[in-house]
Design a protein around this ligand. Structure first.
Ligand SMILES: Nc1ncnc2c1ncn2[C@@H]1O[C@H](COP(=O)(O)OP(=O)(O)O)[C@@H](O)[C@H]1O
Ligand SMILES: [Mg+2]
Length: 479
């Protein structure tokens, strides 16, 4: 067996077994843990690398662990191999008080018995080590650190962990770079690296160009093959982190929108600029990566997916029932156009565009970030070309969300933003999203249905926000 197909472990035997009881408690409490509501019943080690020896004052392990969870709560057998998570485990004799929030626990057995383990990203030394590895293009165990040779990384930048609620974890280095460490990882190229690299190649100034990145060459080990099955990507590296320039003094679009709403100000100029920026990114993506024509068959498949999601949502959220026929018509109208021979261009898109994925610099420039797509969807699906309208619909929904999250709701504020965004988009793309209302309505409806299910499950107080959109979109003329 060659090195490339073996599991790479440079950590002592018994390490995971000794951490197991602590991780079972700690992992489900992390905001980025994707398997909420189901207990963790065990772990499989996918990769382990000793970054600093645990015999020293400060030890450091990089781990990729697969958390096993029953598919349905209460059903323990058969145990399902679940998601794979990236962990950076610090090891110390005792934690200084400043690291108390990072505590994972005290190890009672195995190679680390008697030591304290903790989430190492809270600690400057491990964060410095990652930047240094990226800067010097290090290879450590199964970890590979690469960089763009044209961008300079200064040594010694001071790290700080971003404490905002995130689905991943980010470290800012001296206000110069930000390193995003993916938490739930899958083998295969992550669009959050792939798309910004492609955009940098064609010189798109609206997306921070990746400076360096970190991957794990895990190979098709017995462990990974058993859990990924025959998936095409099982042999591919895991993308673990991306370093990019930090946009200094920026605020995200959601924060800005709420600030303007609180002041009673409109957001028209900002929305128009954002429409323009979105169109520029779409144009650049279509130039950098292949586009395809979606014919009847592909459209039909898209429509079927939308209808399936609607049916599942109606089962899950009874409040949707009265709207079901109207919502259904949003999808069948698209299917009808496809049946008449209408085609659409599909291209690589952002995939999860909303105000929180846009940064505005103090100079007034918009930047689009976080090209991972919808993390719950399989990687192969996230990397498929789709109509750019999906992103437009996501952003239009986001204006509506902002305007309805305040008391009293400001539907007119949203209407003017949505119009300005489409105008800005049309200025830069030569294509106004409003001239394709059937496609727009279908994607907005699909998104609103997703939002209803999400809010019903997680934040029932917010349910009226997407329900207002459902009410509008279910009517045949949803202007
Ligand atoms: N290049 C950047 N410059 C400044 N801040 C950034 C940059 N990239 C990300 N951020 C900050 O980090 C947050 C999370 O980044 P994001 O890529 O959306 O991660 P996640 O996948 O966790 O949502 C953003 O909302 C923003 O506040
Ligand atoms: Mg994000």
């Amino acid at each position: 067996m060659s090195e490339a197909v073996t599991r790479i472990v440079t950590a002592p035997p018994g390490l995971l077994a000794s951490l197991d009881p602590l991780l079972r408690e700690w992992l489900p409490r992390q905001r980025w843990f994707a398997g909420k509501g189901r207990p963790v019943t065990g772990f499989t080690l996918v990769e382990a690398t000793e970054l600093l020896p645990s015999t020293a004052k400060l030890g450091l392990y990089h781990l990729l662990v697969r958390a096993h969870q029953p598919l349905v709560p209460g059903h323990s057998a058969p145990e399902q191999p679940g998601d794979c998570y990236q962990l950076l485990i610090g090891v110390r004799e005792a934690l200084p008080p400043r690291l108390a929030p990072a505590l994972i626990g005290h190890v009672t057995s195995g190679p680390l018995a008697g030591r304290t383990v903790y989430e190492a990203l809270h600690d400057p030394r491990p964060a410095e080590l990652l930047l240094e590895a990226l800067r010097t293009q290090a290879r450590i165990g199964g970890l590979r650190f690469d960089r763009d040779p044209h961008q300079e990384i200064r040594a010694g930048l001071v790290p700080r962990l971003v404490t905002a609620e995130q689905s991943n974890s980010s470290v800012v280095y001296g206000d110069t770079f930000i390193l995003k460490l993916m938490r739930r990882v899958v083998p295969g190229i992550n669009p959050d690296l792939e798309l910004p690299l492609a955009l940098a190649r064609v010189g798109c100034p609206k997306v921070p160009p990746p400076t360096a990145w970190m991957v794990a060459d895990v190979g098709r080990s017995a462990a990974s093959a058993a859990v990924t099955g025959p998936a095409d990507f099982a042999d591919e590296p895991y993308v673990l982190g991306v370093l990019q320039p930090f946009v200094q003094g920026a605020a995200d679009g959601w924060e800005l929108a709420l600030r303007e709403l609180a002041k009673g100000e409109d957001f028209v100029a900002e929305a128009r600029d954002l429409g323009r920026a979105t169109a520029e990114v779409h144009t650049a993506l279509a130039r950098a990566l292949p586009t395809v024509t979606m014919g009847h068959l592909q459209l039909q498949r898209t429509v079927e997916g939308m209808i399936e999601r609607l049916e599942a949502a109606v089962q899950a959220v009874p409040a949707l029932r009265p709207y079901a026929p109207g919502l259904h018509s949003a999808f069948t109208a698209l299917g009808d156009l496809a049946a008449e021979g209408r085609t659409w261009t599909a291209q690589r898109i952002h995939g999860d565009l909303h105000l929180g994925q846009c940064l505005r610099s103090p100079a007034g420039d918009w930047w689009l970030i976080d090209f991972e797509g919808e993390p719950v969807r399989p990687l192969a699906e996230r990397r498929m070309p789709q109509p750019a309208m999906k992103d437009v619909a996501g952003m239009l929904r986001s204006f509506d969300y902002a305007a309805r999250s305040v008391d009293p709701p400001q539907p007119d504020w949203a209407r003017t933003c949505r119009a300005a965004y489409c105008s800005g988009y049309a200025e830069a793309a030569d294509r106004d999203p409003r001239t394709d209302p059937v496609l727009l309505r279908a994607y907005e409806t699909d998104k609103a249905i997703y939002e209803v299910v999400y809010e019903a499950r997680h934040r029932p107080d917010w349910l009226p926000v997407p329900m207002a959109a459902v009410h509008r979109l279910a009517s045949a003329d949803p202007t």
